[in-house]
Ligand binder design. Structure first.
Ligand code: 1PZ
Length: 215
């Protein structure tokens, strides 16, 4: 569409950001990770204002990470690995119950990390979907299998209502601005293994340090 040409918005560029997250040593660069989320939020906003309660929360988490990067200990937040080490070594994380560090990098990034699993499941469903599949169903199935378990009932209901407002599969593909449905499917096939890798590296790191349940 004309609008997406103006904004040069293209979902494959966003997904490429996640590809660029990983260093040679398989560490995850926070600036790139956050840039990926920013692009996803932009994409979500282009789907309509009904998603704004979701994007507001994502934006506030992105902002917390940006502030940590710009803060006096910003260099400690270069990668997720260095962040975990720094915050744990300096007791900057509330691991078992809420306390004096409600906005730690570890806690905040965990929320985005859980949402990345939703993204992975949703995009995999889109990639393998039949022409008559419903995006709302794919989206809510992916949500039930991932993020829903971490959300209270009210948010689950609100999310369910927002999913119903998703455009159909073909319109959704057009908004992605990648090309024909075949090109979208091919792009997703290339992007998904990298998103999975970033997800898995983060998951393993958090599991190793017992951080997967940060309240
Ligand atoms: C394209 C359709 C978009 C569907 C997005 C699916 C995710 C639904 C998530 C509903 C979140 C509702 C708002 C607030 C949630 C917060 O309570 C939680 C926990 O944070 P805490 O309260 O503990 O500080 N926040 C999250 O779980 C992070 C959610 C980020 C969602 C980002 C979605 C990005 C979508 C990209 C679209 C391609």
């Amino acid at each position: 569409t004309a609008m997406s040409v103006d904004e040069k918005f293209c979902l494959s560029e966003v997904l490429d950001t996640f590809k660029s997250c990983l260093t040679e040593n398989k560490e995850v660069i926070i600036d790139k990770y956050v840039a990926g989320w920013r692009g996803l939020v932009r994409f979500m906003n282009s789907l309509g204002s009904i998603f704004s309660f979701i994007s507001k929360d994502a934006v506030s988490k992105i902002q917390i990470m940006v502030n940590l990067r710009n803060g006096e200990n910003g260099e400690q937040y270069f990668t997720i690995q260095s962040m975990v080490k720094y915050e744990l070594d300096n007791s900057l994380v509330d691991i078992t119950k809420r306390g004096s560090h409600p906005e730690s990098g570890c806690r905040t990034l965990l929320r985005l990390h859980r949402a990345l699993r939703w993204l992975e499941l949703f995009l995999e469903r889109l990639r393998t979907s039949a022409e008559d599949s419903k995006t709302s169903v794919m989206c809510s199935e992916a949500y039930s299998e991932s993020l829903a378990q971490f959300h209270p009932w009210l948010i689950q209901k609100a999310a369910g209502m927002a999913f119903c407002a998703l455009p159909g599969r073909l319109t959704f593909f057009e908004v992605m601005n990648v090309g024909s449905p075949e090109q979208v499917v091919a792009m997703l096939g290339e992007a998904l293994p990298l998103i999975s890798e970033v997800y898995q590296i983060t998951e393993d790191l958090y599991a190793k340090h017992d951080l997967l349940g940060i309240p």
